[in-house]
Design a protein around this ligand. Structure first.
Ligand code: NAP
Length: 320
């Protein structure tokens, strides 16, 4: 019974907001985004499918050169072909990388610094929700390495090298899933299959992204001239949802957002870069919302700086 109550509470609370219904209702009050992103370079991770792909196409439509990063060269080639046939004003540059591997994130960061040393907008979008526990050959739980460690390593390296231009933005793609976890550093990088819960791990990483956003705003906000945002795309029908949450998708298919609707706020944030908003605010549909839906997630013995220190330690390469 209490399980049923929880489910009813969950859908009752978020259904109207996170689905296409929320998007449709709120969008009635928006004016059309008028942006010319010509001359800008955007870097989008997890770019070959779902929300990331829609961000790439949207930013390229407004004229940006978009560096689209993902693992599958074939899917990226298809994306480039779709951008060309849609007649986008900008262009899409495909870049192959595996964000679950630190050595590849390092290699990729150096490739960016050499080939594209000026980035206006970084969208840390890559994210996975895994059913099963798996560990990379570098010893990290796969979703931890992908969902937060790679974001930390890439962003820190680009900032340190001065590749993110003053006045630029970093958009961190979190999820409403973070409403289910406080900042919990001990649960970031699961070490055993026993008791592993992919949904819980995902919630921990997504909360971590919000904490990292606060950390980066505080530490680099004024010195780098960058603005950091954390956002939720809403519930969009993507391959990720199809694979990881089939039951959720079956129930909600009729009201799931399109990937383009999920991408809207990322494109809007990157194009307009609102200033003076709550740095801890959680963006959804072009406005900040509370980063907490439940009291228990406000309580953590960890601070954002503790997470940054933990990720710094985890970024180190294993001894050969
Ligand atoms: N869809 C939703 O309803 C929803 C809701 C809340 C939050 N989000 C967040 O939005 C983001 C995108 O979600 P989505 O649903 O669009 O996901 P998706 O459909 O699964 O797409 C994920 C993208 O990431 C790439 N990718 C996955 N693992 C990678 C790796 N190790 N290295 C490089 N690229 C990798 C995939 O391409 P390759 O296979 O080619 O690498 C694909 O392009 C995630 O951070 C997710 O948590 C989504």
């Amino acid at each position: 019974m209490s399980h049923l109550m929880k489910i009813a509470n969950f859908y009752g609370r978020f259904l109207l907001s996170f689905t296409a219904i929320g998007y449709w209702w709120r969008s009635l009050f928006w004016s059309r985004l008028k942006a010319d992103l010509s001359g800008q370079t955007w870097l989008v991770t997890g770019a070959s499918g779902g929300v990331g792909r829609a961000i790439v196409l949207g930013a390229a439509r407004y004229g940006a050169t978009v560096l689209a990063a993902a693992r599958s060269a074939a899917k990226l080639d298809e994306l480039v072909a779709d951008a060309v046939s849609a007649g986008v004003k900008g262009k899409v540059v495909p870049l192959v990388v595996d964000f679950s591997l630190k050595r590849d994130v390092r290699r990729f960061s150096e490739q960016i610094l050499t080939e594209h040393p000026r980035i206006d907008v970084l969208v840390n979008n890559v994210g996975v929700l895994l059913d099963d526990f798996s560990v990379t050959d570098e010893g990290h739980e796969m979703s931890f390495a992908t969902n937060i460690l790679s974001h930390f390593m890439l962003t820190e390296r680009l900032i340190e090298a001065g590749a993110l231009v003053r006045g630029g933005a970093v958009v961190n793609m979190s999820s409403g899933g973070m409403y289910n976890s406080p900042l919990a550093i001990g649960a970031m990088d699961a070490k055993k299959a026993e008791g592993y819960n992919g949904i819980r791990a995902y919630a921990v990483h997504k909360r971590g992204q919000a904490a990292l956003t606060s950390y980066w705003s505080e530490v680099y906000g004024s010195s780098s001239g960058l603005t950091f945002y954390v956002m939720h795309p809403g519930w969009a029908d993507t391959q990720g949802v199809k694979t990881s949450l089939p039951r959720f998708r079956r129930i909600l298919l009729w009201v799931l957002r399109t990937p383009a609707q999920g991408a809207d706020t990322a494109i809007w944030l990157g194009a307009t870069r609102p200033q003076g908003t709550d740095p801890a605010g959680f963006w959804l549909d072009r406005a900040t919302r509370s980063a907490h839906a439940y009291e228990f997630t406000r309580k953590s013995k960890h601070r954002p700086v503790d997470l940054a220190n933990y990720l710094k330690g985890a970024s180190a390469m294993p001894a050969p």
